[in-house]
Design a protein around this ligand. Structure first.
Ligand code: ADP
Ligand code: MG
Ligand code: ZN
Length: 609
């Protein structure tokens, strides 16, 4: 960090160093090796006729003596002293009498200091402006005001440690598609002879942390051709037109190095839909995007340049980007499947010492929804934990703790809760868990915890048996009932409601709305998709869009949502009141142990599993 700062501001440091050197030099050069003597000593030497010559500069006098003299035990030939401020009328005549050669010089010193002092504030201001300016140029931007339009692309050094497809676990389809690109770049003739055409642009699409950037780097490693990598935000500057210039330069560089690959990471930073969004268009971004589009159109397939881009927000991209001839080939890089997760876990544990009780198969099944980056992070946390505890190997306990940390947040030690609060949390979680255990279509309960953590006071973990890609209605209804289980237990036992259910209610409502609006799962709007239930929608678009249904329908939708949620609550209530004893027992066990595993929950519920 500090190093980086030094590097970025090295101009200023050099400037400062030069100034200091200059000051030091001018200061020291005034007083060569002259010995400082008193004025009386000087007068004495003059009267003795021992003074050869003097130079008078303002009030300071420097000179040499004919014969080495000594002052306070120091022998000297060169001396310096000061003329008294009250004056000495007789000095000049005395000097003439002794035939001392007198030179007078203007007081350059004063002038010099005057200039420096009056310039200093300006200098400071300029330096500050300069630093600020460099900062706005973006961290580590390549040097100085004159490079502002230079493409910021990093050219990959092939001699560095190579990333290859072997470093990427899973993502089989993506690898096949990208292998094609590699083949084309390494022997362009073959495919052309067959009359084939390789797309100019590919788009890697998928959630964050699924290895898109990694895949692109692997392509570079495999192809052995120059690889220009740039991130969408690198194009963005505060000056209009700079981004466009950078795009132009990037493609120019690429042409010189063809065959080669250009990789634009996080393309959504510049590729947002144009003409939408609040507060008018963003000029700079539109110009940059236009430039990119025209560059994409501008080079021909035979130029052997392939542009790969990556994004996790394909929904907000300008449709012009995916037009034929541009990024017309989309490669999905999805969250890993169970099999992929197993491969990822194997890859990351290759160099780690695992204890025998770690079952990667089971872990792969119990990490649905984790991305490659999440898994890596989890194993890394586990390693750190094991090291902290001074263990030789990583056991299942550490991995479980690391996963809990990712799923539920950091433990909050030192949080003081009253017994009443603890009891409420225990009943809340017991409610979720028990409903989850009792309902046939709900995901199996893995663990219940009332350890306070950064994200919540307690949590119930459920892991599905297998990856799910479609959700049957029955599953969704049971899931809603599980979400309601927490609040339901509170109302059953304490005859009140707490704020602890906020998150549950939010999620449940969102899901119920989806069921009504998108999935046609309500009585009144069966088999009918009314529209989107919202979520991550492009802000400007959302506001501009007219609803596809009337105000009356809108009210009916609200009623349907309400009735779905009510049903779920009633279902949970029915279950919990019928199993009240189990609820009490589970809550008590939670209070005693803080964490209870799935098996215990099932045995308390009287279900053999
Ligand atoms: P993205 O660009 O899709 O957001 P990254 O490529 O930056 O994700 O992935 C982040 C990290 O996660 C990678 O550096 C890698 O260590 C790990 N990772 C993600 N997916 C995979 C994968 N399929 N195989 C190996 N490592 C992966
Ligand atoms: Mg990335
Ligand atoms: Zn809850």
């Amino acid at each position: 960090m500090a190093n980086n700062y030094l590097q970025q501001n090295r101009h200023i440091f050099i400037l400062l160093a030069v100034f200091f050197a200059f000051f030091a030099w001018s200061y020291l050069s005034q007083y060569k090796a002259a010995t400082k003597i008193s004025y009386s000593e000087f007068l004495e030497q003059v009267e003795n006729g021992n003074v050869q010559e003097i130079t008078v500069k303002g009030e300071s006098i420097e000179g040499t003596v004919k014969e080495e003299a000594s002052y306070q035990d120091t022998k000297y030939t060169d001396f310096s002293t000061y003329f008294p401020s009250f004056g000495d009328q007789e000095l000049m005549s005395e000097l003439q009498e002794q035939e001392v050669e007198v030179t007078t010089e203007p007081e350059t010193d004063r002038v010099f200091w005057y200039i420096i002092i009056s310039l200093l504030p300006m200098l400071l201001i300029f330096s500050l402006i300069y630093i600020q300016y460099r900062r706005m140029q973006g961290q580590g931007g390549g040097g100085g005001p004159f490079n502002i339009g230079k493409s910021q692309a990093k050219k990959y050094d092939q001699s560095q440690e190579k990333t290859t497809f072997d470093d990427v676990a899973g993502s089989q389809e993506a690898k096949v598609e990208l292998q094609e690109v590699v083949d084309y770049l390494t022997e362009p003739g073959r495919i052309q002879e067959m009359g084939g055409k390789i797309p100019k642009g590919l788009m890697l699409v998928g959630p964050p942390g699924t290895g898109k950037t990694l895949l692109a780097r692997a392509v570079a490693g495999e192809a052995g051709v120059p690889f220009f990598s740039i991130t969408g935000s690198d194009f963005m500057e505060m000056f209009v037109g700079v981004g466009a210039k950078r795009v132009r330069n990037l493609f120019q560089d690429a042409r010189k190095n063809a065959p080669c690959i250009i990789f634009i990471d996080e393309i959504d930073a510049i590729g947002r839909r144009r003409g939408a969004g609040l507060g008018g268009g963003h000029d700079e971004r539109e110009q940059t995007l236009n430039q990119l589009l025209s560059e994409l159109d501008g080079f021909e397939a035979h130029e052997n340049i392939i542009v790969i881009c990556a994004t996790n927000r394909p929904d907000i991209l300008d449709p012009a980007l995916s037009r034929p001839g541009r990024f017309d080939r989309q490669i999905m890089v999805d969250l890993p499947t169970t099999q992929d997760r197993l491969e990822l876990l194997q890859l990351y544990t290759q160099k780690k010492k695992l204890s025998d009780d770690v079952d990667l198969d089971r872990l792969a099944r119990e990490t649905q929804g984790f991305s490659g980056a999440d898994l890596e992070n989890m194993l890394n946390e586990a390693t750190l934990l094991a090291a902290r505890e001074g263990q030789e190997t990583i056991t299942h306990n550490e991995i479980e703790a690391a996963r809990d940390k990712i799923l539920m947040g950091l433990k909050r030690h030192g949080l003081v809760m009253t017994d009443e609060e603890k009891r409420m949390v225990a009943y809340h979680e017991a409610g979720h868990a028990l409903v989850g255990a009792l309902l046939p279509n709900a995901d199996p309960v893995h663990k219940v915890s009332i350890v306070p953590r950064s994200q919540s006071m307690g949590a119930t973990q459920q892991f599905p048996d297998q990856d799910r890609y479609i959700y049957p209605k029955e599953y969704l209804h049971d899931r809603l009932a599980v979400m309601m289980g927490g609040r339901c237990a509170e109302s059953l036992v304490f005859e009140t409601a707490t704020s602890g259910a906020a998150n549950d209610l939010q999620q449940a409502t969102k899901m119920a709305r989806k069921m009504v609006l998108e999935w046609g799962m309500s009585g009144q709007f069966e088999h009918m998709a009314l529209g989107s239930a919202g979520g991550q929608v492009f802000l400007g678009e959302e506001l501009g869009k007219t609803k596809e249904y009337s105000e009356a329908t809108s009210q009916a939708v609200d009623q349907e949502v309400e009735s779905i949620l009510k049903d779920a609550f009633e279902q949970a209530k029915d279950l919990l009141s019928r199993h009240r004893q189990a609820l009490d027992q589970l809550a008590q066990t939670l209070l005693d142990q803080e964490e209870v595993d799935g098996q215990t929950v099932y045995s308390i519920a009287g279900i053999s599993k």
